[in-house]
Design a protein around this ligand. Structure first.
Ligand code: ZN
Ligand code: ZN
Length: 246
């Protein structure tokens, strides 16, 4: 890193520290935003459901046998934990809206534990749900990308998994999904919102893909991403999120 960049980085950290003194968001312990103890207390979901009909229990969130026949855009969605857990809702809020990127590590640990608990197969390629460039400029980072990259590095220690944020891009600026209550509105809002980069066809073809996002609401975003990613002919598309935000 050049000196000036390093200086700016330090300045950024210093500013953030003054604005937000580091305390565990749950027990108030100093020096960390989420301490090891509180991280351990987070309960992972004990069951998963079919992401399409959202009715049937399935082993790790794969589509049920009835929905599978309809060739849905994604093959599974595994949801790590519960948004109602205040540690989770606070963490995600600080991460996304207060820009506490230090939470990437503990949040990735939750994803890794979910991988182990559900005995999920290791993906060949990890893709973050993209942000529109305008929103990216506003936030300064894509929270899904931070999680995806950290997960790719740490899921199998010593064997980094391929991850690329150029495979899928967001081409349509949409109002935030949370504000749109109705599932139909959400879907309409997201039509043609994503675009794959066909240059990745050879790299993605017949590969097991993992799509990562921080939260999912109705699942519409993941479905739209899945539809677009199918153009690259992957073997399967699996999704992983920290929690479902209602
Ligand atoms: Zn704590
Ligand atoms: Zn189903």
């Amino acid at each position: 890193m050049t000196k000036i960049l390093k200086f700016l980085k330090n300045l950024e950290t210093a500013t953030l520290d003054t604005l937000l003194p580091k305390h565990c968001l749950s027990c108030d312990q100093e020096g960390t935003f989420l301490c090891q103890n509180c991280l351990k207390k987070i309960k992972l979901n004990s069951f998963q459901i079919c992401p399409i009909c959202q009715k049937f229990l399935t082993e790790f969130g794969e589509t049920c046998r009835y929905c599978k026949i309809l060739k849905p855009p994604i093959d599974s969605l595994t949801i790590a934990t519960n948004y109602k857990d205040p540690i989770i809702s606070k963490s995600i809020h600080l991460f996304k809206y207060k820009f506490v990127t230090e939470l990437t590590d503990p949040l990735t640990k939750i994803l890794i534990k979910t991988y182990q608990k559900n005995k999920l197969l290791i993906p060949d390629f990890i893709i973050p749900v993209p942000l529109h460039p305008l929103r990216l400029r506003w936030r300064g980072f894509n929270q899904a990308e931070l999680l995806a990259k950290n997960l790719a590095k740490n899921l199998l220690p010593g064997f980094p998994i391929k991850v690329d944020n150029r495979v899928l891009t967001r081409i349509k600026f949409t109002s935030t999904q949370v504000k749109l209550k109705n599932a139909k509105n959400r879907q309409q809002n997201l039509k043609k919102a994503f675009q794959v980069n066909l240059k990745f066809l050879e790299k993605i073809k017949n590969k097991r893909i993992l799509l990562v996002d921080d939260v999912s609401t109705t699942g519409s975003t993941l479905m739209e991403c899945g539809k677009e990613l199918r153009k690259l002919k992957p073997k399967s598309i699996h999704c992983l999120v920290i929690a479902k935000q209602k």
